[in-house]
Ligand binder design. Structure first.
Ligand code: PBG
Length: 330
C-alpha cells in the first residue's frame, strides 16, 4: 500500500483550486505607466502593448485599470530632450510634465494611489541617476536634488515617492525633507535591492534614456557604482536594514523573477511590506517568446507573476497588471 499519494490533491480542478497556496488578485498589483508630452499615445518597440501615454490617454488607461480593480500606479515621465540637462533641474520644476500629470490624475481620480519615481535619469542628458563630476557619480549632491524632487512631487499631490536611484542615505534625507514641509503622510517606497541588471533596456528605450556609446566621454558606461552586483545576496540585507531604519514604508526588490531568493530573504527579515518589480525585459522576453509561438503568453504571464508572489512579494509592479486582470475577469 502507498500511504502518501500527493497526486490525490491534484486530481480535479476543484480540489486543485481549494488547496492553492498563492493566488493573485487586483490588490497585489502596481501598474507602471509612462507619460509624455505628446498628442497621441506612442508605441514602445521593445514593449509590445505598452504605450507612452499622452495625459489624455493616460486618464483613460487609469479609468480602465480602476474598473479591473487596480488601485496604484507608478508614474514615469518621458522627458523632452530639450528639458534634459547635466543637473536635472527639470526634476523639481513645479510645472514639469510629471508634476502636472500627478495633479491631473489626482483631480480626476482622488482615490487613486500615485507612486512618483525619484531618480534623475529621465532628466539627465547622460541618462545616469546621479550628478557626475570627474567621471564619478556624486552621492550627496544627488541626494539633495532627490529631496527637492520628492518635495515637488509631494506638493503636486503624490501619495508615495519611490526613490529608484540607489544613492546612499536618500531615504533619510527624503523623509526629513518631506516632514520639514508638513508632508508626514507621504509614503516612501524604497527601491532597496536594485540590481545592475541587463533587464532594464526596454525601459530605457521607453524613456529615451538609452545613452549613446559613452566610451572616452568621461561618463560611466554602466550603473555598477550605484546599483547592486547581482552576485550578492547578503548585501541586500544591509540595504534592507538601512532603508527600514531610515524610514522606508515599503521596500522593493528589482528585478523580480531571477531574484526570488532576495524576495524570500526580505520576506523573512523585513518588518514592512515588500514590493517586487517585474521589469521591462521580464515582460518583453515573455512577449517575444510568445510572439515566436514558443511559449503561451497567458500561461507564462500567470506563472511568472505567481512565482513572484510565492517568493514573498506583497506587491508586484508589472506591465502585465492590466492584461492579467482582464484575462481573469473575462
Ligand atoms: C531608473 C529606473 C530604471 C527602471 C526604473 N527606474 C532603469 C535603470 O535603472 O536604468 C527600470 C524599470 C524597468 O525596466 O521596467 N531610475
Amino acid at each position: 500500500m502507498l500511504i502518501h499519494r500527493p497526486r490525490r490533491l491534484r486530481q480535479s480542478p476543484f480540489i486543485r483550486e481549494i488547496v492553492t497556496e498563492h493566488k493573485l488578485s487586483a490588490d497585489d498589483f502596481i501598474y507602471p505607466v509612462f507619460v509624455k508630452d505628446t498628442k497621441a499615445p506612442e508605441a514602445i518597440k521593445s514593449m509590445p502593448n505598452i504605450m507612452r501615454h499622452s495625459t489624455h490617454s493616460l486618464l483613460k488607461e487609469i479609468e480602465e485599470s480602476l474598473k479591473l480593480g487596480i488601485k496604484a500606479f507608478a508614474l514615469f515621465p518621458v522627458v523632452d530632450e530639450g528639458k534634459k540637462s547635466s543637473n536635472a533641474a527639470e526634476s523639481y520644476n513645479p510645472d514639469s510634465l510629471n508634476q502636472k500629470t500627478i495633479q491631473l490624475v489626482k483631480k480626476n481620480f482622488p482615490e487613486v494611489i500615485i507612486i512618483g519615481d525619484i531618480a534623475l535619469d529621465p532628466y539627465t542628458d547622460h541618462g545616469h541617476d546621479g550628478l557626475i563630476s570627474d567621471g564619478k557619480i556624486l552621492n550627496d549632491a544627488t541626494v539633495e536634488i532627490l529631496s527637492k524632487m520628492a518635495l515637488a512631487q509631494a506638493e503636486a499631490g503624490v501619495d508615495i515617492v519611490a526613490p529608484s536611484d540607489m544613492m546612499d542615505g536618500r531615504i533619510k534625507a527624503i523623509r526629513s525633507a518631506l516632514d520639514n514641509k508638513g508632508f508626514q503622510d507621504t509614503m516612501i517606497m524604497a527601491y532597496t535591492a536594485k540590481y545592475a541588471s541587463c533587464l532594464y533596456n526596454p525601459f530605457r528605450e521607453a524613456l529615451d534614456s538609452l545613452s549613446d556609446n559613452k566610451k572616452n566621454t568621461g561618463i560611466p558606461q554602466d550603473k555598477k557604482t550605484y546599483q547592486m552586483n547581482y552576485a550578492n545576496a547578503k548585501e541586500a540585507l544591509r540595504e534592507l536594514e538601512l532603508d527600514i531604519s531610515e524610514g522606508a514604508d515599503i521596500v522593493m526588490v528589482k528585478p523580480a523573477a531571477w531574484y526570488g531568493d532576495i524576495i524570500k530573504s526580505f520576506k523573512e527579515n523585513s518588518s514592512v511590506p515588500i514590493a517586487a518589480y517585474q521589469v521591462s525585459a521580464e515582460y518583453s522576453m515573455i512577449y517575444a517568446a510568445s510572439e515566436q509561438g514558443w511559449i503561451d503568453l497567458d500561461k507564462a504571464m500567470h506563472e511568472s507573476l505567481t512565482s513572484i508572489k510565492r517568493a514573498g512579494a506583497d506587491l508586484i509592479l508589472s506591465y502585465f497588471a492590466k492584461d492579467f486582470l482582464r484575462e481573469k475577469t473575462s
